[in-house]
Ligand binder design. Structure first.
Ligand SMILES: Nc1nc2c(ncn2[C@@H]2O[C@H](COP(=O)(O)OP(=O)(O)OP(=O)(O)O)[C@@H](O)[C@H]2O)c(=O)[nH]1
Ligand SMILES: [Mg+2]
Length: 680
């Protein structure tokens, strides 16, 4: 559809638990909208949105994928997202690009873990939400009970906007033209429930309704939109992606009732003003300066780096010059296109609400804001808190000389998925790939091998313990060396102070009267920083310390940089040793999904790993979800242990929680082995 305006656009993310049928539903919607002539299937690897060879191999979506279709005069952009918890990063990223989250529920499985999480995340993002109950054709479904369960779990504002009829072979509209039969409840009752809920947001309309007993669909339009935006109404639709039942009705609801980019809640752009973070007003106005947000980065084997972004404000033309974040130099957005799965469709520009892609702009990063003027330099989109990946593998090349290729492949993986991280652990000389779960890492390794053609060896990474101090102390070093000719001389007095957890490192220069000349201060800092990386007493990075250099001495001939580096380093080690140093160990939040029967064993096993269980939640299908905290150091063999406890039916993810002091015995073990490397 060309010549559409912002008011005609609908942006929808399909989110929900794995295998609820999102990718299949995209096919059904594309067929209904006339964008494809025949439906592809996940099993055959022929869908538009799962085009990545690894998605086809695993029959699960692994990244967010975009399609558009036209229906009832609307241009609808649909983002298909992965449902596996390991791939939640791309799903959360997609929420930043839409007004509406359609949470898809598998009618056979009922409400699942990711259903709950995504309902919650979409609400946090202040998106309009709708629930799509899919697979209504399946043999074993009780849709009436499921609707009741949805209302019980997510509130009475979840109301059926259509109802299954003819034993799941049709759906009856309960909103626009409420007439017809239904398999349970009644079309009239469902209609009344929606009208009742809608008029609650508009007092005048409520009065008119109470007096006259009815209101017209036109009168309902605005309050309906308001109820959606306020989360006061969550429409529930019934579909079968398999048979196509309910797909036209679903498109009708999206086209006629869900908000356009001009009507939906605004994406929460913010800007720093001194110490405050202030909201930035963004309007879906084509005449204002352009403001775009990158919600996906991908590396196309043929085209190279792709940046996929949503236009939030202003217009875009081919070759527009924009700034990325706070960069001073602009970038040119050369060829712009719209994505239809893997197809690139050339377009001339974009208007507010459009989702566009640009190739080969290296400066573009996930979550970057692109803008037209330097006034918007530090504008960013308030992000949903992403889980921090903690399941790790140390990576080494299989063949020598592959280091560079591997580093590039790892960087691409990390750029594509906000929940993949690559860390250098200098103390252990390791490169560590981190993800949210074993599946996440396994697929990352498959991608390295199959897409980037590099083979790696993996091993269990060293635990990233940290060192810190618990009280103030002073340190001193007088470094003096006389070797034949010119000597070395530098003397440093410094103080260390503990900082709050997570604040890192501060270096303060309090030298007065030039007792250490200012050109040597960076050398002192350099010495201190060497210890920060390699450890002061146990061989781990030192964190949350302020270092104040306050006195010293120099020698006009013998003082040189190297002398002050050594003096800074030794004075710092001296100070740390007197500051009651401790080792901190990382704790992770863990979430285990397993059969009910294994619950006791799992909890027992976690506590034997010095862990604690916070919560257990029962899930459909006799499954249970256990959440808690454990020290990362105890989790090495967890995958295989869980497999044996649950007979292969358990799965888990973990994300960083906090650093906590390691218990005494572990402290001793970790510090006993450590020796400083003397290099002078
Ligand atoms: N009976 C029936 N099966 C369906 C329906 N929709 C999808 N399926 C099947 O359910 C399985 C999972 O479908 P997908 O479309 O891959 O599910 P998904 O939500 O995209 O899964 P992830 O990408 O892992 O999040 C496939 O085998 C589909 O054929 C439906 O309406 N009815
Ligand atoms: Mg999928």
């Amino acid at each position: 559809m060309s010549g559409y305006t912002t008011n005609d656009i609908r942006n929808i993310a399909l989110v929900g638990h794995a295998s609820s049928g999102k990718t299949s539903l995209v096919e059904a919607l594309l067929l209904e909208g006339g964008a494809i002539a025949a439906k592809g299937s996940v099993a055959k690897g022929t869908t538009v949105s799962d085009y990545d060879p690894l998605e086809q191999k695993h029959q699960h979506s692994l990244s967010a994928s975009l399609v558009s279709l036209d229906h009832a005069g609307r241009h609808i952009n649909v983002i298909d997202t992965p449902g596996y918890p390991d791939f939640v990063g791309p799903a959360l990223g997609a929420l930043a690009a839409v007004e509406t989250a359609a949470v898809v529920i598998n009618a056979s499985a009922g409400i699942e873990t990711m259903t709950r999480r995504l309902m919650e995340w979409a609400a946090q993002r202040k998106l309009c939400r709708m629930i799509v109950v899919n697979k209504i054709d399946a043999a074993d479904v009780d849709l009436e009970a499921l609707l009741a369960q949805i209302q019980e779990s997510f509130g009475s504002e979840c109301l059926a906007i259509n109802l299954p009829a003819g034993g799941g072979t049709a759906v009856s509209d309960c909103f626009f033209n409420p007439a017809g039969d239904s398999d349970f409840s009644s079309v009239e009752a469902a209609h009344t429930a929606i009208v009742d809920q809608t008029v609650e947001v508009d007092e005048q309309l409520m009065e008119a309704y109470l007096e006259q007993g009815e209101v017209s669909p036109e009168q309902l339009h605005d309050p309906f939109g308001q109820a959606l935006r306020e989360g006061h109404l969550v429409p529930v639709c019934f579909v079968s992606a398999e048979t196509g039942v309910g797909t036209r009705e679903l498109l009708d609801v999206i086209a006629r009732l869900m908000p356009s980019p001009a009507e939906g809640n605004r994406a929460p752009f913010v800007k720093r003003n001194g110490d405050e973070v202030e909201p930035v007003a963004v309007a879906a106005d084509p005449d204002k300066p352009a403001l775009l947000h990158v919600f996906k980065v991908a590396f196309d084997p043929f085209v190279g780096k792709l940046g996929v972004f949503r236009v939030h404000q202003g217009s875009l033309a081919k070759d527009s010059q924009l700034f990325v974040g706070d960069a001073r130099k602009g970038v040119k957005l050369g060829n712009l296109f719209a994505l239809q799965g893997k197809e690139h469709v050339d377009v001339d520009g974009g208007i507010p609400g459009d989702i566009r892609t640009v190739a080969k702009v290296d400066e573009i990063r996930y979550d970057a804001v692109l803008h037209a003027s330097h006034e918007e330099d530090d504008v960013r989109l308030e992000s949903l808190p992403m889980p921090t990946p903690m399941v790790g593998l140390a990576i080494k090349p299989k063949s020598r000389g592959d280091e560079q290729k591997i580093a590039e492949a790892l960087q691409k993986l990390a750029e594509e998925d906000p929940c993949i991280r690559v860390e250098r652990n200098p103390a252990a000389n390791e490169t560590v790939l981190r993800g949210l779960g074993d599946l996440h890492l396994r697929i990352a390794l498959e991608r390295m091998s199959e897409q980037y053609n590099v083979e790696v060896e993996t091993s269990t990474p060293t635990i990233p313990y940290q060192e810190t101090i618990t009280r103030k102390a002073e340190g001193h070093c007088r470094h003096k060396k006389q070797t034949g000719g010119a000597g070395q001389f530098g003397e440093v007095f410094l103080r260390v102070e503990p900082l709050p957890r997570g604040s890192g490192f501060e270096f303060v220069d309090k030298i007065v009267g030039g007792v250490i000349p200012s050109q040597f201060i960076p050398a002192v800092e350099k010495g201190v920083r060497q210890v920060l990386d390699s450890g002061a007493f146990a061989g781990f990075t030192v964190q949350d310390v302020r270092v104040i250099v306050y006195d010293g001495k120099y020698h006009p001939v013998d003082s040189k940089e190297v002398a002050f580096v050594t003096a800074g380093k030794k004075a710092f080690i001296d100070a740390v040793s007197k500051a009651k140093p401790i080792v901190l160990e990382p704790f992770v939040d863990i979430e285990v999904t397993a059969p009910n029967a294994s619950m006791g064993d799992i909890a027992g096993d976690l506590s034997s790993r010095r862990g604690r269980v916070n919560n257990t939640d029962s899930l459909p299908g006799n499954m249970v979800q256990i959440t808690g905290q454990v020290p990362l150091a105890e989790m090495d063999d967890y995958q295989s242990r869980l497999k044996s406890i649950t007979g292969g039916e358990g799965s888990y993810t973990m994300a960083f929680k906090s650093y906590e002091p390691a218990p005494g015995e572990l402290q001793q073990k970790l510090t006993a082995a450590f020796k400083h490397v003397e290099e002078d």
